[in-house]
Design a protein around this ligand. Structure first.
Ligand SMILES: NC(=O)c1ccc[n+]([C@@H]2O[C@H](COP(=O)([O-])OP(=O)(O)OC[C@H]3O[C@@H](n4cnc5c(N)ncnc54)[C@H](OP(=O)(O)O)[C@@H]3O)[C@@H](O)[C@H]2O)c1
Length: 344
């Protein structure tokens, strides 16, 4: 296939839009694929480019249109975006209009005061850098990665609004904001004429904060969507750690964000009980966990990671099963105790 000045051997799967649902993001007009794909772990300079390319293209072939990035993702920081930029240039450029690309700024990526926080300098500088790394003129969603209590919220709002007004982002989002701050910034952005599209919190059977803090209800009331990250609790809600061991190559073996000591007896018992609920439904624990976060209509998309195409194939089948019953949800509540496996 020829596109512009380069050649690609990639042609997207023709049936890709028939595989997974697309869900409306809050009160916006934008649909996201029920699963989004994130490049936080195992993307960057330290991993084979071909594997990373294969996973990204496979996700798109499965109907995943939404790809999540951040200036921080690597290693080193910014490397994951460079990888995605390479794939975009070489393979996905003909499909740019079919992609929702997001990036984030504000989580520290260096000692400089301009490489962190919520200032205009940090956010717009990072966005420009990310656009260069991604090799695109605009991202679809630009997020403030985490709240910054040291910067006036009006300045952060102004930077997000500018990103849209400058044509560098189509929509804006926030991540890791507590409920009250999310409500506040949603109001300010609405007043500024750039409604908050989406919030990106962590949410899973083992992390109940979005329910407990009222964030899910606030999202519905304020009209923003939710794209929930680590819905598999980084792999704890799959069958890979059920026997208490850490398989070679698994995230718990080599990540600063998932330490092997969380795989203790308490975790093992809870995960085994959840696995039984899944098995009784004819699905895997991973599929149960994904179906569980997507049972809430306020959740637009489950933001997953994967270290292989097989994991993706397996996980996107999560919605092929009947809805969870009240009895199953009660069992999940019993064994899905908030905080299991969470250190951060
Ligand atoms: N906004 C934020 O602050 C923030 C923070 C964290 C993440 N995120 C976003 O959320 C995305 C997803 O986070 P996450 O990777 O933690 O999500 P996750 O879906 O909870 O975990 C994904 C990991 O679980 C393992 N896995 C997936 N499917 C599996 C299966 N079927 N069987 C066995 N293992 C399986 C894989 O790890 P291994 O095979 O390597 O063990 C995979 O990389 C990130 O890429 C990023 O875009 C955002």
């Amino acid at each position: 296939m020829s596109y512009g000045t380069f050649e690609t051997t990639y042609a997207a799967a023709p049936g890709r839009y028939d595989r997974i649902p697309y869900r409306r993001t809050g009160s916006s007009g934008l649909d996201l694929s029920a699963f989004s794909f994130g490049l936080w772990q195992k993307f960057g300079k330290d991993y084979p480019y071909e594997t990373q390319r294969e996973i990204i293209l496979h996700a798109f072939d499965l109907g995943i249109t939404s790809f999540d990035n951040a200036d921080r993702y690597g290693p080193p920081h910014r490397a994951a975006q460079k990888v995605f930029g390479q794939v975009l240039k070489n393979d996905l450029a003909p499909y740019r209009d079919e992609l929702i690309l997001s990036t984030k700024a504000g989580n520290p990526i260096g000692p400089s005061p301009y490489l962190k926080g919520g200032s205009r300098k940090s956010l717009l500088g990072s966005l420009d850098h990310s656009l260069r790394d991604l090799g695109t003129d605009y991202v679809d969603i630009f997020y403030h990665h985490r709240p910054d209590e040291t910067t006036p919220i009006d300045e952060t709002v102004g930077a997000l609004v500018s990103a849209v007004q400058q044509g560098k982002a189509l929509y804006v989002g926030i991540s890791n904001y507590p409920t009250d701050r999310a409500h506040e910034i949603a109001g300010l952005l609405r007043q500024a004429g750039v409604p908050l599209l989406i919030h990106q919190p962590r949410y899973s059977i083992f992390d109940r904060r979005p329910e407990q803090s009222g964030l899910i209800d606030t999202a519905a009331a304020d009209g923003f969507g939710l794209i929930v990250y680590s819905p598999l609790a980084q792999g704890l809600l799959t069958d890979k750690y059920l026997d208490g061991d850490v398989p070679a190559g698994a995230r718990a073996q080599n990540s600063a964000f998932l330490k092997p000591d969380v795989i203790d007896e308490v975790y093992r018992q809870r995960a085994a009980a959840l696995n039984k609920v899944a098995a009784d439904r004819g699905q895997s624990l991973a599929q149960l966990a994904l179906q569980w976060v997507l049972r809430r209509p306020e959740v637009t998309s489950a933001l997953i990671g994967a270290s292989s195409t097989a994991q993706l194939d397996h996980n996107v089948k999560a919605l092929d099963f009947p809805p969870l019953t009240d009895e199953e949800l009660a069992l999940i509540d019993e064994h899905g105790v908030h905080g299991t496996g969470l250190k951060l």
